[in-house]
Write a protein that binds this ligand. Structure first.
Ligand code: ATR
Length: 269
C-alpha cells in the first residue's frame, strides 16, 4: 500500500473496534481495484462520539462504517438518510460529501446471506431472537420479504416495542413457537463464547429448520443445528455483504465477494 497526499481515507467508527474485520476486507477491495484509498479503525469513546463524527467530515474522510454503539446516534447526525435507515432509525454506512449522507446496509447484507440458505422467504415463519439494533435491521428485512415474524427477547418490553413497529408477534419463550418456525435467527450476543447459557434448548432443533446466527463464528446454536440436519450459517457472509454494499455506496464499484473471503482466511476459522 502506497499512501500519498491524494490517498482517500475511509474507516469504521465504534467502541470497541479493535476486533473488527472490516478493515481487513475493505482494504483488500481497495487493493484489488487499485484504488488510492485506505480504511482504518477509529475507536471513539462514547462521550466523544459527536465531536469525532463531525471531525471526520472536517478532516475530509470520504466515508465510514458505524458500528456498536453508535448507529442510532450517527443516524441523528446525518443531513440525509435513505429510506431503510429512516425506518430502522440507525445507519451503518456514512458518506461524507458537502453533506453527511447516512445509509443502512445491514438489512441488505442479512437478506443476501439468508437467501443463500433459503431463496423463498415470502410467508415463512421466522423466530427472531433479540430486539436490539441488529434485530431491527433483521426484522425490517424480513417484513419487506413478507415473512411472519415472532420475536423473543430477554427484556420483554424491548420485544414489544420492536414488534409494534413491524407488526410482529412477541413470544415469552422460544420453545413456544419452535415447532412452528421455519427459520430461526439469533441477533443477540449469546454464543460469542461457547460458555454462554443458551437461549433455549438447542437439542429441540429439527432438520426442517433454517438457522442463521449473526455472530461470525461457529456458535453452539449453529453447530447443534448442523448436527440435527438443519441448514445453518454464521454471520460472516452478512458482514461481507453489508460491507460490499457500503463499498458500492462510497465508490460506485462492485467488490467481488471472493476477495473478501480470501482476505479473511487468516482471521476466521
Ligand atoms: P446490537 O446492536 O448488536 O443488536 P444491542 O442493541 O445492545 O446490540 O442488542 C443486544 C441484544 O442481545 C439484545 O436483544 C439483548 O437483550 P436485552 O434487550 O434483554 O438486553 C441481547 N442479549 C445480550 N446479552 C444477552 C444474554 N446474555 N442473554 C439474552 N439476550 C442477550
Amino acid at each position: 500500500m502506497n499512501l500519498s497526499g491524494k490517498t482517500e481515507v475511509y474507516g469504521i467508527v465504534g467502541f470497541p473496534v479493535k476486533h473488527s474485520l472490516s478493515p481487513v476486507f475493505q482494504n483488500a477491495f481497495f487493493e484489488y481495484l487499485s484504488l488510492d484509498a485506505v480504511y482504518v479503525p477509529f475507536e471513539v469513546k462514547p462521550d466523544s462520539f459527536k465531536e469525532a463524527f463531525l471531525g471526520l467530515k472536517a478532516l475530509g474522510v470520504k466515508g465510514v462504517n458505524i458500528t456498536v454503539p453508535f448507529k442510532e446516534r450517527a443516524f441523528e447526525l446525518c443531513d440525509l438518510s435513505d429510506e431503510p435507515s429512516k425506518v430502522i432509525r440507525a445507519v451503518n454506512t456514512v458518506k461524507f460529501t458537502d453533506r453527511i449522507e447516512g445509509y443502512n446496509t445491514d438489512w441488505i447484507g442479512f437478506l443476501r446471506a439468508l437467501r443463500e440458505l433459503e431463496k423463498e422467504l415470502e410467508g415463512k415463519k421466522v423466530l427472531v431472537l433479540g430486539a436490539g439494533g441488529t434485530a431491527k435491521a433483521v426484522v425490517y428485512a424480513l417484513s419487506r420479504e413478507g415473512c411472519y415474524i415472532y420475536i423473543f427477547n430477554r427484556t420483554y418490553e424491548r420485544a414489544i416495542e420492536l414488534a409494534r413497529n413491524f407488526s410482529a408477534q412477541v413470544v415469552k419463550k422460544p420453545e413456544d413457537v419452535l415447532d412452528d418456525a421455519d427459520i430461526i435467527i439469533n441477533t443477540t450476543s449469546v454464543g460469542l463464547s461457547d460458555d454462554d447459557p443458551p437461549l433455549f434448548d438447542y437439542q429441540m432443533l429439527r432438520d426442517h429448520h433454517i438457522v442463521f446466527d449473526v455472530i461470525y463464528r461457529s456458535t453452539p446454536l449453529v453447530k447443534t443445528a448442523l448436527k440435527k440436519g438443519a441448514k445453518a450459517q454464521n454471520g460472516l457472509s452478512m458482514l461481507i455483504y453489508q460491507g460490499m454494499e457500503s463499498f458500492r455506496i462510497w465508490t460506485g464499484l462492485e467488490a467481488p465477494v471472493s476477495v473478501a473471503i480470501n482476505s479473511l482466511s487468516d482471521y476466521v476459522l
